[in-house]
Design a protein around this ligand. Structure first.
Ligand code: ARG
Ligand code: GLU
Length: 720
């Protein structure tokens, strides 16, 4: 009887684990209190102190914020960094020319002297994290107006930073957590000399491109290698020939033992933004109003680009990166909306809200929070919709208008700050335009303009439509307008635009302000600022206040539940297991893909699915060295239930012992709603298997000197 009871308890605990595990992006310094036990029960052999310690070298000392938008990790005692190919993409592209095309051929520095410098790129370590809530909220009182509250907080943050004496490369980043209920400070050390060491060709690093983006089964070797260089005493220094490879406090050994279903995994990095604590009404608005608007606009723009890219190879090259950027979130939003519907996210939120309201029956200030938020979401809706519509149409997809608004900054400098400010800013604008026109086709943009302005005029309330777009007759009318603007504007023509900027400043500004594209961009922008952004920001700040109170009330209402703070580009740990999933009825996806799948997808000459001859050769000769799985196949990617989001690209996947087993780079499409409602049943992150990374470096590229500087280990075999 007792045994039965114990085993029932064990079963219940593991079911509870299964439900819990995966959900959450946790603060490294709170792991001991909140997560260590669960992590160990899932198989982790480390302590919280091994992951995050202020005094001893710990896993956190191997993790960097890469350029502020991705994550990377140190994998040798010589500062070698591993991140995604798509994270290093613009650096790789900037070193590429037609004769020496690193994107196409890949690149492997044979020695330190061949490694390539990247101005502007940085690697930022976190040296310690502190809860500074008390200090930052000193002087904040109940009932304070929001503005006043924020100004007290800003002062406290500034004062706190003062107390830490800093070297140039030190900084302290203080951020709100739990929607402003808590504050944490992150002390950082930033290295600015980060060099490109190696990258596979795009046919590996971006294999499957947009068709496979957000998709499982996946076969992308999405990785690249960089190295951190340091000055005297191993301290950060600006680029110098004399800089030496950085000696890290910790680097990740790499496991050759691979993964099996249910293995413990942990992802360590800098997730950007999530929204887990929205009320049901806000999620409903995303699914029914905001996502559909953004999706339909991008769909229309992508259809035009796709047609042009397929018709002309040169256009394809020019537009590849733009297309990828637009398609990335277009596809994500579709998956997100479908996932929210499929997992009944709105109903689940409503049930939770009922429970919350019942438990708060006797606290009127809490009971009123949800109805008030619901009302505010109704009020903000027309503004939120128009704001999104405008930003997708005018700031993101019609390039002529987005460039016009950048030129607006030049005009503002001139008018507000004078001639010197103009002259100081001009070279930056010229440099920017130089890059812009390289990949710009006005005849394509003109079609996007006609299509999207028509959609805007049709779908947005007339109050927010600029006069230029009013009373235009059908598609023909918008095409005529586009023809007129694109032929008369200087901005759509590189030579005219550069000549304009060479003119005497007063003249240039005058001419710019008369330019039809500039005029449309500026009148449209002012209209939106005045009639949309103003009320929007007003409601937004009220909502922020309610969201903060709601978050606090949730935590107080459910004292036995753990709540993790929404992602905010600070360092977090997620953990889960290697798991497949059921994307639809009767279909089960296993969690590991192999090189065989690359060959299955191979389409000779195709820009997404071509395979490099050397890789085919290796596949045929089965020259896999120590990188094959026990089944004799080379693994490529695997899935886990780790909770990740944008910014986690390049994050290490770490095993139970603290070794690198993979490199995070994506999520599965069915589970992209994890930003709003993580659901263990279908939310999965996608990682490149570390053995594939090693296989490509060693067997494909022959860069064995890089393998030699790493530490390859067999943790599973050692523990058997
Ligand atoms: N979906 C991944 C992320 O959100 C990869 C994006 C880059 N790749 C692409 N084909 N667009 O960033
Ligand atoms: N590809 C994303 C990035 O660049 C990570 C995938 C995700 O959004 O989870 O950060």
């Amino acid at each position: 009887m007792k045994i039965i009871r114990i085993s029932i308890t064990i079963v219940l605990i593991s079911i509870a684990n299964l439900l819990l595990a995966g959900n959450g992006m946790w603060l490294p310094l709170l792991l001991k209190a909140l997560n260590e036990g669960e992590m160990q029960s899932m198989g982790m052999k480390l302590s919280a102190e091994d992951i995050y310690s202020v005094n001893e070298g710990s896993l956190k000392d191997a993790i960097v914020h890469f350029g502020g938008f991705c994550t990377a990790e140190v994998i040798s005692d010589q500062g070698l960094l591993l991140t995604n190919h798509h994270c290093g993409y613009s650096q790789i592209q900037s070193h590429s020319t037609l004769e020496n095309n690193l994107l196409k051929e890949g690149f492997w520095a044979k020695s330190h002297t061949e490694e390539l410098t990247n101005p502007g790129l940085f690697a930022r370590f976190i040296t310690r994290i502190d809860d500074v809530t008390k200090k930052i909220l000193t002087g904040v009182e109940k009932g304070m107006a929001e503005k006043e509250r924020q100004s007290v907080i800003d002062k406290n943050i500034a004062a706190y930073k003062e107390t830490l004496r800093l070297k140039e490369y030190h900084d302290v980043i203080v951020r709100p957590f739990y929607h402003g209920n808590q504050y944490y400070a992150f002390q950082t050390v930033t290295f600015n000399d980060v060099r490109l060491v190696g990258t596979p060709p795009e046919s590996i690093g971006k294999f499957g491109a947009d068709t496979d983006n957000w998709v499982w089964p996946r076969h992308t070797g999405d990785f690249s290698l960089f190295r951190i260089y340091a000055g005297p005493n191993n301290e950060p220094a600006e680029y110098s020939e004399n800089n030496k490879p950085y000696k890290p406090k910790h680097f990740l050994p790499i496991s050759l033992d691979g993964v099996e279903e249910d293995d413990f995994t942990m992802v360590f990095g800098f997730p950007g933004r999530t929204n887990q604590y929205l009320p049901a009404s806000a999620v409903e608005q995303i699914v029914e109003t905001l996502n559909p608007a953004k999706i339909e606009i991008r769909e229309a723009a992508l259809a035009i680009l796709d047609e042009k890219m397929r018709a002309d190879e040169e256009v394809r090259i020019q537009y590849a990166s733009k297309f990828a950027r637009i398609a990335n979130y277009w596809k994500k939003w579709i998956g997100e909306s479908q996932g929210l519907v499929k997992t009944n996210a709105i109903d689940k939120k409503r049930k939770f809200e009922q429970e919350f309201s019942m438990k708060n029956e006797k606290i009127p200030s809490n009971v009123s929070l949800l109805p008030q938020m619901d009302k505010l979401y109704k009020d903000i809706e027309p503004y939120a919709f128009t704001r999104d519509y405008y930003s997708e149409v005018a700031s993101r997809n019609i390039e002529l208008l987005s460039v016009s608004s950048i030129l607006g900054r030049l005009v503002t400098r001139y008018e507000d700050n004078g001639l010197d400010a103009y002259k100081a800013f001009l070279p930056r604008i010229q440099g920017y335009l130089d890059g812009f026109y390289k990949n710009y086709r006005p005849e394509i943009d003109k079609e996007v303009f006609a299509t999207l302005t028509e959609m805007y005029a049709k779908n947005v309330n007339q109050m927010y439509v600029p006069d230029e777009l009013k009373s235009i007759n059908g598609r023909k009318g918008f095409t005529l307008l586009a023809n007129k603007i694109y032929s008369e504007s200087s901005i759509s023509d590189k030579d005219k635009m550069m000549a304009l900027l060479d003119m005497e400043p007063a003249k240039a500004i005058e001419k710019l302000k008369m330019d039809p594209a500039y005029m449309l961009s500026s009148s449209w922008g002012s209209l939106i600022d005045e009639k949309v952004n103003k009320p929007y920001n007003q409601y937004r700040s009220e909502l922020d206040e309610y969201q903060r109170k709601y978050m606090q009330a949730i935590i107080e209402t459910f004292p036995n539940k753990r709540f993790y703070p929404d992602a905010n580009s600070t360092m977090r740990v997620s953990y889960g297991q290697v798991n497949g999933y059921v994307p639809k009825d009767a279909v089960y996806y296993t969690p590991v893909t192999y090189l065989d799948g690359v060959i299955e997808k191979y389409v000779p000459g195709d820009y997404e699915f071509d395979v490099h001859p050397k890789l085919i050769e290796l596949y045929q000769s089965k020259d896999y060295g120590q990188y094959a799985d026990t089944n004799g196949k080379v693994p490529v990617c695997f899935l886990g239930s780790n909770h990740t989001t944008g910014g986690n690209s390049g994050s290490p996947a770490i095993d139970a012992y603290g070794n690198l087993i993979g490199l995070n780079f994506d999520r599965v499409w069915e589970g992209t709603m994890s930003d709003i409602n993580y659901d263990k049943s279908i939310c999965r992150n996608i990682m490149v298997d570390a053995r594939f990374v090693l296989f490509i470096i060693d067997k494909f590229a022959g860069a064995t000197h890089l393998i030699d500087e790493m530490e390859l280990v067999h943790p599973k075999n050692a523990s058997k």
